[in-house]
Design a protein around this ligand. Structure first.
Ligand code: NAP
Ligand code: G4F
Length: 325
């Protein structure tokens, strides 16, 4: 029997890391995940997988721990998903965001170059890199114009990945992913804040939902669809970057309305604007042109915006109902 393929995922405790681990296990990979120490357990998203994967302690700030992790996992594929990924935190902690989200990528690439240069490397780039570009929709050729320390850090991570591909001939690629959501999304991101908030209002646990800019538009898809694209990028014969998104933009207001509609409530009665959630600089409108991924990866999203909203609200309903019992 051929040996199982081995994958190392940084950020395995996050939304995408957990879905990617699900996918790679289904494909019979041996899955290793880098985890950093925390004083309370943060393994909620990978609880169902804990007997099937190997967790390796490490931190993107600590080069030696990354070297140890790559030696232990001996991976065929490395998925670098770990980052400080919440845009507002990048204004309050711009330096640590740069350390994790920008320089962390170089530490991972250096580790792969030194320990396992034949491993294929995936970098989690972001549509936030496009920022306030005047070009719409955005594809692989669209110039970057980031609007937050997070976006700036991701641009660095993107170009250093390209640079290691060109300088050292590594199979290193970036997926420029547009927003993707799920019931495993962190509660601070707007979609999950809305699905959770709507359910709390419906069940009488909250009176209102405080939000920031309702006019911002995003191209929202379903996270497992995007993890499938990450996997496909590393199965290609040559390394290249891809934009991944649905090609359809909605406003935050559209998401709010659809979520309240799901439980039969009128959003206007409950949503309040709180200046605290308005950003120092906003990204107004992102929408993907993922035609390259469609053509070469044969990738397309399987879950629509309307289905996504329903999946998230119903999952929060079931979770909060269970917690209350
Ligand atoms: P997430 O849920 O916030 O997960 C981030 C992961 O990174 C967590 O596992 C976190 O570990 C880990 N991490 C953070 N700092 C670390 C460090 N210093 N050392 C080791 N691990 C560290 O993010 P996500 O939504 O899954 O996104 C995955 C990646 O895709 C991120 O790089 C994000 O920036 C990028 N991205 C996301 C989207 C999206 O819409 N979701 C779109 C484009 C790009 P802890 O659990 O210990 O905090
Ligand atoms: O859900 P968000 O916080 O996501 P954002 O900033 O687009 O970033 C996410 O997607 C990126 C891909 O483009 C990733 F790279 C990044 O890691 C992250 O996953 O905010 C979406 C929009 C923004 O325009 C924000 O101003 O929602 C608006 N918004 C309005 N009220 C709010 C709120 N965002 C949050 N988090 N909380 C609010 O109360």
């Amino acid at each position: 029997m051929p040996a199982k393929k081995r994958a190392l995922i940084t950020g395995i405790t996050g939304q995408d890391g957990s879905y990617l681990a699900d996918l790679l296990l289904e494909k019979d990979y041996q899955v290793f995940g880098l985890v950093r120490r925390s004083s309370t357990s943060n393994y909620r998203r990978i609880e169902h997988l804990k007997d099937k994967i190997t967790l390796i302690p490490g931190d993107l700030l600590d080069q030696m721990s990354l070297i140890q992790a790559v030696k232990e996992a001996n991976p065929d594929e490395v998925y670098n998903l770990a980052a400080q990924s919440f845009v507002p935190t990048s204004w309050t902690s711009p330096l640590s965001t740069g350390e994790f989200t920008a320089l962390g990528v170089t530490r991972m690439l250096e580790t792969v170059r030194l320990i396992k240069p034949k491993a294929k490397f995936y970098q989690a780039s972001s549509s936030e890199m496009f920022g306030n570009t005047p070009h719409t929709p955005q594809n692989e050729q669209t110039p970057f114009s980031p609007r937050s320390p997070y976006g700036v850090a991701k641009v660095y991570g993107h170009f250093i990945t390209l640079n290691y591909r060109e300088s050292y001939n590594l199979f290193a690629v970036s997926g420029i992913c547009f927003n993707h959501e799920s019931p495993r999304r962190g509660l601070e991101f707007v979609t999950r804040k809305i699905s959770d908030g709507v359910v709390r209002i419906k069940l009488g646990l909250a009176k209102d939902l405080k939000l920031g800019n309702l006019d911002a538009k995003r191209d929202w898809g379903y996270a497992p669809d995007y993890c499938r694209a990450m996997y496909l990028m590393l199965q290609q014969p040559k390394p290249q970057d891809f934009v991944i998104g649905t090609g359809v933009a909605h406003s935050v207001k559209d998401f709010v309305k659809a979520a309240f509609d799901t439980v039969g409530l009128d959003w206007k009665k409950y949503v309040k604007i709180d200046k605290k959630f308005i950003r120092p600089a906003e990204v107004d409108h992102l929408v993907a042109d993922a035609s390259k991924a469609k053509k070469i990866l044969k990738w397309k999203p399987e879950v629509s915006f309307e289905q996504l909203v329903k999946i998230m609200v119903e999952a929060d309903l079931a979770r909060i109902f269970k917690e209350r019992k």
